[in-house]
Write a protein that binds this ligand. Structure first.
Ligand SMILES: Cc1cc2nc3c(=O)[nH]c(=O)nc-3n(C[C@H](O)[C@H](O)[C@H](O)COP(=O)(O)O)c2cc1C
Length: 188
């Protein structure tokens, strides 16, 4: 198996990370991989915001509010809140990814979103190649004004497409995927 194929098939979303920091050179290579993703009309629609302590902490009140709203009957609200805050604060890396908006041109915006998804996956696979796991998340916080304020971006110009959490895996989950026979069809 080639190395790229091996990376593509072995990569899994990682939910739990060791505390070790990811070296900057590994992160910078991942951004270089992201920057080389395909995009139509050379729009390079993606931006990556690496969230430092201050940026993450600015999300806490909104994360807390959203967690309280989500608490179901019988669940301990404070436990849910501290879990939700932990998810933002504890990953060694938290990267907010945006894709440029094109008001009045929904096809361009859709193509740019597709390109940004390619860039995210280039980033994720480059990290994986260096032993770093990650998780793409699209929780409610990614759609909040607070998240746009935290990265200093206007929601009229950019769309937050997710937060990427990353770090050295504590555990790599196993998962069953569809077989090739289920997903492809050769037509006559
Ligand atoms: C667009 C997108 C959004 C996702 N959002 C979330 C999320 O909000 N929370 C989460 O736990 N996982 C999220 N994931 C990760 C998926 O749950 C994960 O990719 C899926 O379980 C398949 O596992 P795999 O990545 O190991 O193949 C997201 C993945 C994608 C592509």
């Amino acid at each position: 198996m080639g190395e790229v194929q091996e990376a593509l098939t072995s990569r899994r979303t990682v939910y739990r990370y060791k505390g070790d920091e990811v070296p900057v050179h590994i992160l910078e290579s991942a951004f270089e991989a992201a920057s080389n993703a395909p995009c139509h009309k050379n729009t390079h629609p993606w931006k990556f915001y690496v969230m430092g302590d201050e940026a993450r902490e600015s999300l806490i009140p909104e994360v807390e509010k959203l967690a309280r709203e989500k608490t179901r009957d019988g669940e301990d609200e404070d436990v849910g809140v501290s879990k939700a805050i932990g998810k933002i604060i504890s990953p060694p890396l938290l990267i907010c990814v945006t894709s440029v908006r094109s008001p009045g041109d929904s096809f361009r915006e859709e193509e740019d979103y597709a390109a940004t998804a390619c860039a995210i996956h280039n980033l994720v696979l480059s990290l994986w190649d260096n032993g770093v796991g990650s998780q793409w998340t699209t929780g409610a916080i990614t759609r909040s004004d607070v998240a746009y304020a935290a990265i200093g971006a206007s929601s009229d110009e950019e769309r937050i497409v997710g937060f990427i959490k990353a770090g050295y895996p504590e555990k790599i989950p196993s998962i069953t995927k569809k077989t090739v026979e289920e997903i492809r069809k050769y037509l006559p």
